[in-house]
Design a protein around this ligand. Structure first.
Ligand SMILES: *Cc1c(COP(=O)(O)O)cnc(C)c1O
Length: 343
């Protein structure tokens, strides 16, 4: 039995999801004729109270399209120093949109409205880049699955409105956040101009992301998706997986969060571990003791068929998900307790 805690993207479609996919009605989506894609887009737009939604092959392309539709080359966006759009999209903001990033020194990937306001440039000063977009991430990936306080987001929204700046949410794991707070997708739809969500993270679909926004923004995104080479044909089979995921796999995210907390407690009581970061959702970030070799720690678990990743400098990560069963949790707990390293 392999236990893969590398990411919540490692899940495989269940037989039920696969049969739902196989029964999808499809058409050529480049001509707007795939009924299942249209259904998924309409369903998600309604869920968030947005006018329109567009299906994308990846969260990266959805975010990059959002950046492109809100900005012009030479301008600047504001994000946290740990933001996915800055750190993990291959430098796409500069390559695809020709924009730079003004980085906020946040806490676990989250920040305050005052910090945003300080970075907004005077548009009349020709020496400095024009600020044209503010983005944030919920939950925060590098921040260990951190969940935002919606009141702080409302404060940031006020700053954006005051300076006429568009506001984008990288909501790759937004459903994890909503599961914790009990807030609704519509509350987020009201706050942001555009929102990206991933169906292939905690929700268990094999592929797919959506970008949500106004008709005007999504029409622009359609052109940009074409430009990026992201147009696809009979992808109703994949959109069906997304519909299935939204209907069946949102409620159960709390299970992943429960398991992550249990893992955190076990790690906390291990003499090999220095610190476990606060666990709010399905991401567990922890640090081995100074006298413990993190690679040895990872390799010992890999020998027991338990996979996790090292993020460098003694920092390790485990992510719980749909395919991580109670039986796997028990095995992981006992292997962590039994770990013997040369220290
Ligand atoms: C995973 C992720 C994305 C998108 O990643 P893809 O692998 O391109 O789907 C975007 N933002 C965050 C915060 C993520 O965790």
């Amino acid at each position: 039995m392999e236990i893969n805690l590398i990411s919540d993207t490692v899940t495989k479609p269940t037989p039920d999801m696969l049969s739902f996919m196989m029964n999808a009605k499809v058409g050529d989506d480049v001509f707007g004729q795939d009924p299942t894609v249209n259904e998924l887009q309409d369903k998600t737009a309604r869920l968030f109270g947005k006018e329109a939604a567009l299906f994308f092959p990846s969260g990266t392309m959805a975010n990059q399209s959002a950046i492109k539709l809100h900005t012009n080359p030479g301008e600047q966006l504001i994000c946290d120093k740990w933001a996915h759009v800055f750190n993990y999209e291959g430098g796409g903001a500069s390559f695809n949109s020709g924009v730079s990033c003004a980085l906020i020194d946040g806490t676990r990937g989250m920040f305050k409205a005052e910090q945003v306001e300080k970075l907004i440039h005077d548009p009349n000063n020709i020496h400095i880049p024009v600020t044209s977009l503010v983005t944030l991430e919920n939950t925060t990936n590098k921040g260990g699955g951190g969940v935002w306080d919606i009141n702080e987001i409302k404060n940031i929204k006020k700053v954006c409105s005051q300076y006429h700046l568009p506001f984008h949410l990288d909501g790759a794991r937004l459903f994890n956040a909503l599961t914790v707070t009990g807030e609704t997708p519509k509350q987020y739809g009201e706050l942001f101009d555009t929102i990206s969500i991933c169906l292939s993270k905690g929700l268990g679909a094999p592929v797919g992301s959506l970008l949500l926004g106004s008709h005007k923004h999504i029409n622009k995104a359609l052109r940009i998706r074409k430009l990026f080479g992201g147009n696809m044909r009979q992808i109703g089979y994949l959109a069906a997986a997304g519909i299935y995921a939204l209907d069946n796999n949102v409620e159960r995210l709390k299970e992943d969060h429960r398991k992550a907390k249990v893992l955190g407690e076990v790690l906390n009581s291990s003499p090999l571990i220095k610190k476990v970061e606060q666990i709010e959702t399905n991401i567990v970030i922890f640090y081995v003791n100074d006298n413990v070799d993190e690679n040895e720690f990872v390799n010992k678990l890999v020998e027991k068929n338990i996979l996790l990743i090292s993020m460098g400098e003694g920092k390790l990560r485990m992510v719980t998900h749909l395919d991580f069963t109670d039986e796997m949790l028990d095995k992981t707990i006992s292997e962590i307790k039994n770990l013997k390293l040369l220290v």
